[in-house]
Structure formats: structure tokens, C-alpha cells
Unconditional design. Sequence first.
Length: 100
Amino acid sequence: MIEMIKKYAKPMKDLLSEFFDENSALKIRIAEHRVTQAWYNLLGESIAFYTKSVYFHKNTLYVQLSSSVLRAELQLNKKNLIAKLNEIAQMQIVHEIVLR
């Protein structure tokens, strides 16, 4: 009996991959969460200090900053930021960043 169970056993990685492939809404929500957390990790403590809030809605990342100088600087690097955030999310989920 145990040999039969071992024969049909799959690695947890494969099971989770199948589960997320079947539940695309959950996969997207996890990618959105990765993006919001990545904002702080990617840009570091100095920018996190000036970040008031970060949230994701309809393929757009909204970031509220307390520094207008930082906002202007990040505005110039939006394309690179979008590319890096999508890489971290492991899918093309960020289409725009709105800096407020």
C-alpha cells in the first residue's frame, strides 16, 4: 500500500504550481502582494521612509510619497521600475505607476 502511495506522490512544488495554474485569480492576488512588498525591498530604506502608502488596483501601482523631489526623480525611472516589479511578481501585472 505504501509503495502505491509513493508511486502517485508528487513534489509539493508541482502540486502548488498546478493549484495556482487552476486558480488564476489567486495567482494574480499573490503577484499583486509581491509588487506592493517589492516596492519597499527594491527601493530600500531611504525611499521607504518617504513612502506613505502603496497599493495595487487594476494593474496600476499607486504610491503616495511625502517628498516631491523624490516623486520627480522616480517619475523619470518609471519604465525601469515597472520592469523590475514585474520581474519580481513573475508576471506582467504592473502596467502603470501613479506617484502622488
